[in-house]
Design a protein around this ligand. Structure first.
Ligand code: NAD
Length: 476
């Protein structure tokens, strides 16, 4: 059994959960400890006890540890990418890509640790100097989802440690293997005991205990809107700082002047790659009437060419859905779409392959309107809808008519539409002629409305969450 990491030691738990491969249910990846509420209390105490000395370490000391972790992650990217694909079901290329990204994130924040700045201003009063310092917050609770099992933990843990915080990390139930490897790498990279603690297990037990602990100063959460809402209320009651990244219902506008090859490849990548299980996936494809029929015809032709199979098969374009629950949810939404009167123009059927897994044909709905549940609720699977818009103005208003606001996209060759959409899109990230999913790690990531709450993640702006400002007045 792989154990939890508490106070620098791998410690047992009474219970464990085994983790299986969604491409091949007979392939069991391992047994992972289920932490108890007492384990969480021990992990939080260890992180609290480790904080004062970790916060005072030199930036170079922290930077070196992050750098060593980065080097190991990058050196093992093939092996870890394979584990990720086995565990989560994205293709091997996507798995290796995600691990590479995690390695680069640690390298980026190894650099950021050396760039922690303050400010000095002249006081409005004579004889006083004013300084603004940035200090670490304390113990950070990191609660993560299953769809990016190593990159999301990396983009929370790396800045937390770089700025001098200690961490209690709870990964999603479906993906403990990647989390365990990451904790092991960081532990061996030289983190003092208690600086990073791993507690695996159920959200309602382990997650809840972290969120409610009075010693945890701040929570960085990525996951569903429903869990995010619960955690937000708990954080408010307990006076914690919070950063929440939640769902999306991301629009992609295809203008009548778009380059059709670009538009189709952007739509297929954004809607279906990583099995559509990306918070930034394009789920509403809003197509101007002038190009609608040609676009749909080309989409269907290219969807028919995609190979859906075992994630580790190099010829696979799209791997399985992550779990039975998610698979059932996708199938339910396909039924809901049909009952709402949408036309299932392609796919949507369960597929049988050599191995038993959760294989689902990518589904494309046409003849939909923005009020349908399939266009309003996050499905989080390989399911997308086409919404016909009379013109560009109508397309923009449909794009913004959503409770979410994470990512948005437009395919156009018109400079004025690009510029106009860039300003009018009500999303935190706007993509022009490029998929709504797929972002850089050195710039802010996050959304608006129901998609996000609190400061942005990634890049230098991550410091706004992981540090606290202190204003000092000195009369010398
Ligand atoms: P989820 O909300 O079910 O779980 C997320 C994490 O919260 C898990 O670790 C879970 O165990 C934990 N959790 C559950 N209940 C809890 C509770 N009561 N208290 C504390 N923790 C609790 O989400 P998921 O199914 O793992 O991930 C899919 C969701 O994540 C989708 O909605 C997707 O859009 C979202 N997501 C968002 C982003 C983003 O950056 N906006 C990125 C990736 C995924």
């Amino acid at each position: 059994m792989k154990k939890n990491l508490i106070a620098g030691a791998w410690t047992g738990a009474a219970d464990a959960t085994s983790n299986s491969n969604p491409s091949d249910l007979s392939d069991v990846i391992g047994d992972y400890a289920d932490a108890s509420v007492q384990d969480v209390a021990d992990a939080v105490s260890a992180a609290h006890a480790a904080f004062a000395s970790w916060a005072r370490t030199s930036p170079e000391y922290r930077s070196d540890i992050l750098d060593r972790a980065s080097a190991e992650i990058l050196a093992r990217k093939e092996e870890l990418g394979r584990l990720l694909s086995r565990e989560e079901g994205k293709t091997l290329a996507e798995g290796i890509g995600e691990v590479t990204r995690a390695g680069r994130i640690f390298r980026y924040f190894a650099g950021e640790a050396l760039r922690i700045t303050g400010e000095r201003l002249d006081s409005v009063r004579d004889g006083i100097d004013v300084e603004i310092l940035r200090e670490p917050e304390g113990v950070i609770g990191v609660v993560t989802p299953w769809n990016f099992p190593i990159a999301i933990p990396a983009w929370k843990i790396a800045p937390a440690l770089a700025y001098g915080n200690t961490v209690v990390f709870k990964p999603a139930e479906l993906v403990p293997a990647c989390a365990w490897e990451l904790a092991d790498i960081l532990n061996r990279a030289g983190l003092p005991a208690g600086v990073l603690n791993l507690v695996m297990g159920r959200g309602a037990v382990v997650g809840e205990a972290i969120v409610r602990s009075p010693l945890v100063r701040a929570i960085s959460f990525t996951g569903s809107v429903r869990t995010g809402r619960q955690i937000r209320l708990a954080c408010m009651e307990n006076g914690k700082k919070m950063q929440m990244e939640m769902g999306g219902k991301n629009p992609l506008i295809i203008c009548s002047d778009a380059d059709l090859d670009t538009a189709v490849s952007v739509a297929i990548n954004g809607s279906y790659f990583s099995t559509g299980q990306r918070c930034t996936a394009s789920s509403r494809i809003i197509v101007e009437a002038g190009v609608h029929d040609r676009f749909v015809e080309r989409m269907i032709a290219q969807l028919a060419d995609l190979r859906i199979d075992h994630a580790l098969d190099p010829a696979t374009d799209i791997g399985p859905v992550v779990s039975e629950t998610q698979f059932e949810q996708d199938i339910d939404y396909i039924r809901i779409g049909q009952s709402e009167g949408a036309n299932l123009a392609f796919g949507g059927k369960a597929l049988e392959r050599k191995t038993k897994g959760y294989f689902l044909e990518p589904a494309l709905f046409t003849d939909t309107n923005n009020g349908m549940r399939i266009n309003w609720e996050e499905i989080f699977g390989p399911v997308a809808s086409v919404i016909r818009a009379g013109d560009y103005e109508e397309a923009v208003s449909i794009a913004n008519d959503t409770a979410f606001g994470l990512s948005s996209g437009i395919c156009t060759t018109s400079l004025s539409k690009m510029n106009d959409f860039k300003h009018r899109s009500a999303a935190g990230m706007v993509m022009v002629n490029t998929p709504t999913a797929g972002v850089d790690y050195h710039v802010p990531f996050g959304g608006r409305k129901s998609s996000s709450h609190g400061p942005r993640e990634q890049g230098a702006h991550a410091r706004d969450f992981y540090t606290s400002l202190k204003t000092v007045y000195v009369t010398s």
